[in-house]
Write a protein that binds this ligand. Structure first.
Ligand SMILES: C[S@@+](CC[C@H](N)C(=O)[O-])C[C@H]1O[C@@H](n2cnc3c(N)ncnc32)[C@H](O)[C@@H]1O
Length: 258
C-alpha cells in the first residue's frame, strides 16, 4: 500500500513539473509569462511602421537594406538578424541617429550604410581604459554590470576604414557622464544598447527622451525578464509612455508625437 501511495505521489510531482516546464518554454517562445502578457504590449512590425508592411508577395521593397547576417559567428553583444534588419529599415529615412553602446560597431555600420547620404550617426562606448568611470548603483544587478565592462573592449570597429565611417562620430566615455544638453531635440532615431544595469537603463532613457526630435523613435534592446534592468524599467515606463514591444524581437519602441 505504501508503495502505491509513494508511486502516485512521485508520478504527480513529476508530471506537474513536466507540465510547468512545457508551459514555461511555450511562454518564453511566445515572449509572455505563463499566466499573462509582459507589461509592454506587443505589436506586429507592420503595425508599428508602414516600411515593414507585408505585400501579396510577403515582405515589400520598403524592407530592402544593406545587411550583414550573423552567419554562424554572432558578433559580441550583437543584435539578432531580424533586429539588425529592423534597425536598418528604420535608418533609411533618418538623418540624425544616436546609439548608446557601440561594441563591435556592427549596428553602427548598418545605421550608417542604410541612412541617407547626409546622415550623421553618433555612437557612444565605454573604452577599455575607461572602466573606472563606470558608476554602478547599489540596486544594479552584478551580472549585467560585469557584462557591460567585458564588452567595453573595442577601439576599432567593423566600420573602421570603410566609406560609411565618414558619417559616424565615435564618442568615448561613460553614458551617465554624457552631457545631453547640446543634443536636446537633435535626433530622429536613438538606439539604447549600452549597459543593461538598471541605473544605466534609467539614465540612458532619460537622456534619450530629451535628445529625441518630435516624430522621432527610441528603440531599446534586450527587453526580456532575463535582463532585469531593461525589463523592469521599460515595464515602469510603459505606465507613462505608449511603448510597444516589436513582435519576434527583443526591441521596444517609442515614437514621440510629431
Ligand atoms: C550590448 S553592447 C552594444 C552592441 C551594439 N549596439 C550592437 O548592436 O552591436 C554594449 C555596449 O555598451 C557599452 N557600454 C557599457 N556600459 C557603458 C557605459 N556606462 N557608457 C557607455 N557605453 C557603455 C559597451 O562598451 C558596449 O560597447
Amino acid at each position: 500500500m505504501i508503495f502505491v501511495v509513494l508511486y502516485s505521489f512521485v508520478a504527480t510531482v513529476v508530471s506537474g513539473w513536466l507540465a510547468w516546464r512545457l508551459l514555461s518554454l511555450r511562454a518564453r517562445r511566445k515572449n509572455r509569462f505563463v499566466f499573462g502578457p509582459w507589461p509592454v504590449p506587443m505589436v506586429a512590425l507592420g503595425d508599428f511602421d508602414p516600411a515593414f508592411s507585408a505585400t501579396e508577395f510577403g515582405p515589400g521593397l520598403g524592407g530592402e537594406v544593406h545587411f550583414i547576417s550573423q552567419g554562424d559567428k554572432p558578433a559580441v553583444g550583437g543584435v539578432s538578424d531580424l533586429e539588425s534588419w529592423v534597425l536598418s529599415v528604420l535608418a533609411k529615412g533618418r538623418t540624425r541617429i544616436f546609439e548608446f553602446g557601440t561594441c563591435t560597431g556592427k549596428t553602427t555600420y548598418h545605421l550608417a550604410r542604410n541612412s541617407p547620404a547626409d546622415a550623421r550617426i553618433v555612437t557612444l562606448t565605454l573604452p577599455p581604459e575607461g572602466h573606472e568611470a563606470y558608476v554602478a548603483s547599489d540596486r544594479d544587478d552584478r551580472e549585467h554590470g560585469e557584462i557591460a565592462l567585458r564588452e567595453s573592449r573595442f577601439t576599432e570597429f567593423l566600420y573602421t576604414g570603410t566609406e560609411a565611417a565618414a558619417k559616424i562620430e565615435q564618442l568615448y566615455g561613460d553614458s551617465k557622464a554624457l552631457d545631453d544638453a547640446p543634443h536636446a531635440g537633435g535626433f530622429d532615431l536613438i538606439f539604447i544598447d549600452g549597459s543593461h544595469a538598471h541605473s544605466y537603463v534609467v539614465s540612458d532613457t532619460e537622456k534619450a527622451l530629451r535628445m529625441l526630435k518630435p516624430g522621432g523613435i527610441v528603440l531599446w534592446h534586450d527587453y526580456r525578464p532575463k535582463v532585469p534592468g531593461v525589463f523592469r524599467h521599460l515595464g515602469d515606463l510603459s505606465k507613462k509612455l505608449p511603448l510597444v514591444h516589436l513582435a519576434r524581437t527583443s526591441l521596444v519602441a517609442y515614437r514621440k508625437p510629431a
